[in-house]
Design a protein around this ligand. Sequence first.
Ligand code: GLC
Length: 672
Amino acid sequence: MIYKYVFGKPIETGAFVMEIQKNEQEPKWMRLTKTEAGILLSCHMDESDVVYGLGEQVRGMNKRGFTYVSDALDDPDHTEDRHSLYGSHNFLILNRQEQPSFGVFVDDPGRVAFDVGETKLDQMAISAGSDCVIYFIEGESLKDIAKQFRKLIGRSYIAPKWAFGYQQSRWGYVNEQDVREVVSGHRERGIPLDAVYLDIDYMENYKDFTVDPEKFPDFAGLACEMKDQGIHLVPIIDAGVKIEEGYSIYEEGVEKGYFCKDEDGKEFVGAVWPGKVHFPDVLNAKAREWFGGKYRWLMEQGIDGFWNDMNEPAIFYSEKRMQEAMEEVLSMKGKNMDLHAFFHMKDIMLGLTNSPEDYKSFYHDMDGVRVRHDRVHNIYGYNMTKAAAEAFEKISPNQRTLLFSRSSYIGMHRYGGIWTGDNRSWWSHLLLSIQQMPALNMCGILYTGSDLGGFGSDATEDLMMRWMQFGVFTPLMRNHATLGTRRQEVYQFENQEGFRNIIRIRYGLLPYLYSEYMKAALCDEMYFRPLAFDYPKDAHAAKVEDQVMVGESIMAAPVYTQNATGRYVYLPEDMLLVRMKSLKEKTCKRLEKGHHYVDAALDEMIFFVKKGHALPLAVLDNNLKSTADMKDVSYEWICFGDGPVEYVFYEDDGISKNYTPQEKWKKVTIEG
Ligand code: GLC
């Protein structure tokens, strides 16, 4: 049951698809107070209560013990003390032992803070603005609450099947030779690969919807050559449009009035990669249609996948504040600067980036209504992605297009996925990515994954190997790193055969992973779940922070610590331990419910199969290059049952949008 409360005059965010009658009675789940700052919700938490959700935020699966703030931020330091990352996912479930559990969703595109027991260990307090909509959800179980929420917000985006293959990215592939080299690096070693990403260097001076003709003299030809090899090129699109005379997108945007404006009605000037930019006003329907239409040109060159970036929007500096900062810093010239003066000077420059002051200084024209950006900050990235998705519906209505974004808000999951942004090559970030996945799934964001191996810092071979073993399960399986770090394409490391085997295991598991993804998307379920969702009566399951259910049959328990040659695993019931060094070297062993130490050599994957469940494993040709080679695969089965076990799997062409016909679901009975 969903209860809706409306306060003030909320801005429509596009989060939900289901209309619900508003409720006038006092909410019974949390105490509601109206303060000058807005709406405050609070409630007591018992010691055994667990809080799940909040999407991308840092820290564990159980969110207790910290304050999380939805305030979309481009921050490459995903450390424990960070209150905000790129996305705003204002949904959580309070899992209570003594009383019924409930979910709460705060639909407010401005800043919302979730103090989940930081100020007082046993108190949760949520503060939102005065104009917002709040939903409380009751259900029979955690799964049921999450499912009802998903019904409210609509069906998750479905990526083309090739986007479930392995993908390689790096900021630093600058020309077509670099792309070809990456492809042959994989092909020559028999490592399957489905996509190569083009980061900002493919553009001409970082101008959206341009391709540098010197570095890519025949872009359409390259896209075609790549398709022939089973490779999709995926270019990045940034939010900021370079200010440059003669650049048609800039000129058109100014002429039509489609950029965000400052207080005086002039185009707001921020700066990102290309220097000074304007931001398309994607909260305006016409501007959104205009900006989305620009993707067409790249699609006509053979592109069928995009990643939208810097769409919090990230602002290195604004023209106005840079001027003020420069003046202040220059006024210090020649002075003997003491502690205070020196650090003040540093802060002036550092404070220019993503400054809350800038977010208060420009405006959107929300179809006739002028709205200051900070009021709607958290739905900017969502709307940039919606712009693209709406355009794809027109440009390529019958085919799926890969699309994911850095910034997001609940509701964007209908249009695309996300990646978790600029993590680091740290073991702690491997664990963080495991913990982020179920929380994102709760919010409908199913097509997701982290930069495998870590974006910043140098990846070591063992970290890469372990991260890849978890990446086998994430729908987006993309290796990405930043400029200047150690090269981390898997063939750069010594144990190339080991990496090849792990990536081939991903392809072997694809029929299962894809089926489970489709079930989750089409039936509003979670592909990744914390253990407590499947084992609600098991008090210990709710304490497990480093294992996750993947689809209906698998429990993943990745190794995520340095030098570990195994790990402790908690089994909430008897399970089948599957060890795989490769598709051929596979062993299965029954283990009893309880705690176990399970060995896992560095190049060995482990995972578990639930009792009474099975999964298909594709039998792959030794020369498999990409998902394109998987048209007529046969299957073997991994099965854990004392008698026959049923598995329903989903098969389609992976590209058209006709998802629902019954013949796509196939029920198979496997002898246990
Ligand atoms: C941002 C993105 C990152 C990308 C870089 C350059 O930091 O998060 O993925 O590589 O910009 O475009």
